[in-house]
Write a protein that binds this ligand. Structure first.
Ligand code: FPP
Length: 248
């Protein structure tokens, strides 16, 4: 639908773009089940949607895109599914690396990477190093990520700093707290997109989403295209963001 694509992207107001869009990619399993396929086929099909989201973000002029690729809770899935997801991530790091470099994408990964096998950590190292000069889009992959765990780590780190005499408890404020998050160098998401019709945050960026606009779509992740991303951004541009004040 190139003409429709042209239309939606042209409807976006460049002056009111969300700087940071985060996506909870959901519905791979249901997509596969609906087609009588094993769940992993849904994950495989979801890779195309990852490409769409990245290219769509670049096309729209979004600066930061966070994708929730694997949660800490996902470690409780059957070991074969975990192994498949990890191998997909490794494949992504290998097969997409050159395209990402060519498109000016800089990749970062957040989460408890200690739980990954060394092969996975190596793939992450390779892709983050290779893309470090990217200037058009910062792509943040949340892998083995859980927001409560992130917050506990911050609390532990601040307690250590107090213990070491570097800090007084009274000096801990929101800015200092945020400076210990994985996301310390980046703005909070302006827009959160969740696919597959679910209305849950699922332990994702609990601190960072405090004032984020939420958009859910019934589309299952493998069917997600850049058009859906533009639709979410258009909806975002209709919102009145008040941040607790009376008007924006
Ligand atoms: C949720 O669907 C999706 C995931 C747990 C994994 C997302 C991973 C990918 C799209 C592929 C790799 C990603 C990158 C960034 C390379 P689900 O399995 O929970 O679906 P269901 O709710 O229908 O069961």
């Amino acid at each position: 639908m190139p003409s429709q694509r042209l239309q939606r992207i042209h409807q976006l107001k460049k002056s009111q773009l969300p700087r940071h869009v985060a996506i909870i990619m959901d519905g791979n399993g249901r997509w596969a089940t609906e087609r009588g396929l094993p769940r992993y086929e849904g994950h495989r099909a979801g890779m195309k949607a990852v490409r769409e989201a990245v290219e769509g973000a670049i096309q729209a002029g979004i600066e930061f895109l966070t994708l929730f690729a694997f949660s800490q809770e996902n470690w409780r899935r059957p070991s074969r599914e975990i192994a498949f997801l990890m191998s997909l991530l490794e494949r992504y790091a290998q097969s997409e690396c050159q395209d990402l470099v060519d498109n000016g994408v800089q990749v970062h990964v957040i989460g408890d990477l200690e739980r990954l096998e060394s092969r996975g950590r190596k793939a992450i190292d390779t892709i983050t190093t290779a893309t470090r000069e990217g200037q058009r889009l910062l792509l943040i992959l949340a892998i083995s990520y859980g927001a409560r765990d992130e917050l506990v780590r911050v609390a532990r780190r601040l307690a250590e700093r107090v213990n070491a005499g570097e800090l007084k408890p009274g000096q801990i404020d929101e800015t200092l707290f945020a400076s210990e998050l994985y996301t310390r160098s980046w703005p909070d998401p302006d827009l959160l997109v969740r696919t597959s019709g679910e209305y849950r945050i699922s332990n994702f960026m609990l601190w960072q989403l405090a004032y984020t606009e939420l958009f859910t779509t019934p589309v299952l992740w493998p069917d997600f295209t850049r058009e859906h991303l533009f639709e979410a951004v258009l909806e975002y541009q209709k919102r009145d963001r008040r941040f607790g004040r009376v008007s924006s």
